[in-house]
Design a binder for this molecule. Structure first.
Ligand SMILES: Cc1cc2nc3c(=O)[nH]c(=O)nc-3n(C[C@H](O)[C@H](O)[C@H](O)COP(=O)(O)OP(=O)(O)OC[C@H]3O[C@@H](n4cnc5c(N)ncnc54)[C@H](O)[C@@H]3O)c2cc1C
Length: 436
């Protein structure tokens, strides 16, 4: 049986695919893996492009460990099973009167999967999603259960916030929630240079700011979001027309044309940019944050120091104009508040995150490599779940606490149960520590 990820960059055959329902089952699996010298990886929604979940041995899915465990309206905290998909958690929280402070672009991920790779949204006041966590429960590589709180075990807690599944299997996460709220989304088309020049002002003025820019075009689709005191009216047919027919259906046709006739890509990009939909919409916060993404693609994203963001995007634009890659997907530009999480893309200060995409049936290597060299010239940090070719030496340079993260990790997984050849290569270079 072959296991595939969403982006179709992985297809592998684990010896066993297990769906535990209880923590004790996970403890048993890990203890047996130690005895048999097997590797264990956990999968959430398989929405990462990098081979983080790949193993020939045991793949654990927490799909049967989903749902709300408890809610404290006074402390405004919610404890969830770690396998819970965001799209299930968010309506349940809404019903109970709560929302998350911030979200990413989609809601298909599992909570633990999203947090473990540093998944983020956008906004000057908002850190990566894992900054909303206030407690983790996990089962280590020795098969022991730990409850971890920032006040009691600060170092371990910070490491767990973005841990790539390297410390163990996270089974429960407690989140800080906020009273539920509505958001007003303003989508408008602006010249790219205006969006870049205004980015500081937009970040000041709006709760969330981001934009999408189609290569070869002059304009960007700017998304500005603010809290709305009133619920607003959501017309289902307009949602259907915009989200499904245009942003997915017509966009799929554009990508197919680009695949069949790559020389048409610049024309198709300009066509798409001229036909992006401006709109103003008010809805429940979780519905405004997430968009349906039906057209499969590959993605690479790096964070760069916030002040360098506009210049990096201009460099990318010059590279595209010079090398004319066949690409029909836009580039996304977001902002994240700095934090102190060792493996966070925003460790040590605010960052701009720039993502390039390619339709999954088109060659991407030349395009991604070209743009990656620009990111790396600015000491960019790759998103752990998205495609990159960063070496372990490079990662050590841009994640200054990577080494201490790995040293601490060793304490909770002394036998290397969670280590695979990919992770060893990425984090330690060619030095293979254990054979799997
Ligand atoms: C269409 C699309 C849109 C996206 N949008 C965004 C976005 O807006 N912002 C952004 O930052 N990223 C985005 N991503 C990337 C995505 O959020 C990350 O790759 C995320 O990790 C996927 O979550 P998942 O549940 O699929 O985790 P998986 O990909 O299944 O796993 C990711 C990592 O988490 C580990 N893990 C999973 N569950 C557990 C657990 N219970 N215990 C310990 N470790 C665990 C896995 O071992 C692996 O290392 C997007 C991806 C796609 C495909």
């Amino acid at each position: 049986m072959s296991y595939r990820n969403w982006g179709r960059t992985l297809a592998f055959q684990p010896e066993q695919l297990l769906f535990p329902k209880k923590e004790e089952e996970i403890v048993r699996v890990i203890r047996q893996a130690i005895e048999e010298k097997k590797t264990v990886r956990v999968v959430g929604a398989a929405h990462s492009w990098t081979p983080l979940i790949e193993t020939n041995h045991i793949l654990l899915s927490l799909d049967r460990m989903q749902g709300l465990i408890s809610l404290s309206p006074t402390q405004m905290t919610a404890t969830l099973w770690a396998g819970t998909r965001l799209y299930r958690a968010l309506p349940a929280l809404w019903k109970a009167g709560f929302s998350l402070l911030n979200q990413g672009d989609i809601d298909r991920q599992s909570i633990a999967g999203a947090f473990s790779t540093g998944t983020h949204g956008t906004g000057r006041e908002f850190g990566i999603l894992a900054t909303q966590a206030i407690h983790y429960r996990f089962i280590s590589g020795e098969g022991k259960i730990y409850d971890v709180y920032p006040e009691l075990q600060p170092e371990l807690f910070r490491a767990l916030q973005v841990s790539l599944g390297l410390f163990g299997v996270i089974t429960q996460v407690t989140l800080q929630v906020t009273p539920r709220y509505y958001l007003r989304l303003i989508k408008r088309i602006e010249p790219l240079e205006v969006a870049l020049e205004q980015s500081e002002a937009y970040l000041e003025q709006y709760r969330h700011f981001e934009f999408f820019w189609f290569p070869y075009s002059e304009v960007a689709l700017v998304k500005l979001t603010e809290v709305s005191e009133t619920p607003g009216q959501t017309s289902w047919w307009r949602r259907w027309a915009v989200d499904k027919v245009w942003e997915n259906g017509a966009f799929w046709v554009i990508n197919k044309l680009s695949q069949w006739a790559p020389q048409l890509s610049p024309t198709l990009c300009r066509f798409a940019s001229r036909n992006m939909t401006a709109e103003i919409r008010v809805d429940k916060a979780y519905r405004i944050f997430a968009s349906p993404r039906w057209v499969r693609f590959r993605e690479m994203e790096y964070s760069v120091p916030a002040a360098a963001g506009p210049e990096v995007l201009r460099e990318i634009r010059r590279w595209i104009d010079q090398h004319s890659p066949a690409v029909s997907f836009p580039i996304e530009y977001r902002y994240v508040k700095g934090d102190e999480i060792p493996l966070s893309p925003a460790y040590g200060g605010d960052r701009v995150l720039i993502a390039v995409h390619m339709y999954y049936r088109m060659p991407y290597e030349r395009y991604f490599r070209g743009i990656e060299s620009i990111f790396q010239a600015h000491e960019g940090r790759p998103h752990w779940g998205k495609m990159h070719t960063a070496s372990s030496a490079y990662l050590q340079k841009v994640y200054p606490e990577l080494e201490s993260f790995l040293t601490l990790r060793q304490k909770y997984d002394p036998q290397g149960v969670f280590l695979t050849p990919f992770l060893q290569r990425m984090l330690w270079g060619e030095k293979i520590l254990l054979s799997t």
